[in-house]
Design a protein around this ligand. Structure first.
Ligand code: SF4
Length: 234
């Protein structure tokens, strides 16, 4: 279900003005998650009905480019996501989906039916046992690999994004991830936000060294993906 709606955002889709909807389920439990309350205690948040969203989108017609589906993991709500995409397209708007990449078949179906225009896929760690730490549970790594290959070899516009969480991401991790996604159109390295992290361990304040490390990570990442950017408050 949709539990939150932002009418206008300049930061959720690079180069576009977007509205954003938040779905309330996720199959991961990343210890650094910012939206953990939404997925663990969804009933604390009122359901946002499509009619409300539709009215707002219609009011903004002409200057909002599209709708971003985020969460949680939107693809946990497969049927609702399909409906929202179809209805958004009918309004003449583009659709971006944020995903953790664990549902390649659903993602492929959305792409095949031309219901989405842009995919932002998280790469949380190198695709080995470190991924399970980053995701907070055992993950089917093959699914992550399938989603990566689908985006690398497909035609839909996309970006990969990695939140540079201390204790999970280091120089070696950037090298490894760079190898996994070599040839990608775009990679966004995102600054970790400790304030509201799910697990206390990841709420520790960042020091100036952290930001220097981000610059180093950027240099390394660009060797694999020239179009790598830094994102966040750095
Ligand atoms: S995949 Fe995203 S929403 Fe789900 S737990 Fe991880 S950071 Fe939170």
């Amino acid at each position: 279900m949709i539990r939150a709606f932002i009418e206008t955002s300049l930061v959720d889709w690079d180069g576009k003005i977007s509205s954003v909807v938040f779905f309330d389920k996720c199959n991961f439990r990343c210890p650094f998650c910012q939206n953990w309350d939404l997925i663990i205690n969804p009933d604390k948040f009122p359901v946002v009905k499509w009619e409300h969203i539709k009215k707002k989108l219609q009011n903004k017609k002409g200057w909002v480019d599209g709708l971003v589906l985020t969460g949680g993991e939107p693809l946990c709500c497969e049927q609702e996501v399909f409906q929202v995409c179809k209805k958004t397209k009918k309004l003449g708007l583009q659709v971006k989906i944020d995903t953790n990449g664990s549902y390649p078949a659903i993602l492929q179906n959305l792409i095949k039916n031309k219901l989405i225009d842009f995919v932002a896929m998280d790469i949380k760690a190198p695709i080995d046992e470190r991924y399970n730490t980053a995701a907070g549970k055992q993950i089917d790594l093959e699914k992550i690999k399938q989603s990566i290959q689908m985006l690398l070899n497909g035609e839909i516009d996309y970006e990969f994004r990695t939140t540079c969480v201390p204790g999970i991401i280091d120089e070696n991790a950037i090298h490894q991830i760079g190898k996994h996604i070599k040839g990608a159109k775009k990679w966004a390295l995102q600054a970790h936000v400790p304030d509201n992290a799910y697990k206390v361990l990841y709420r520790q304040s960042l020091n100036p060294e952290y930001y220097k490390m981000l610059i180093k990570y950027l240099e390394i990442a660009k060797k694999y993906i020239p179009n790598t950017i830094l994102r966040g408050k750095v």
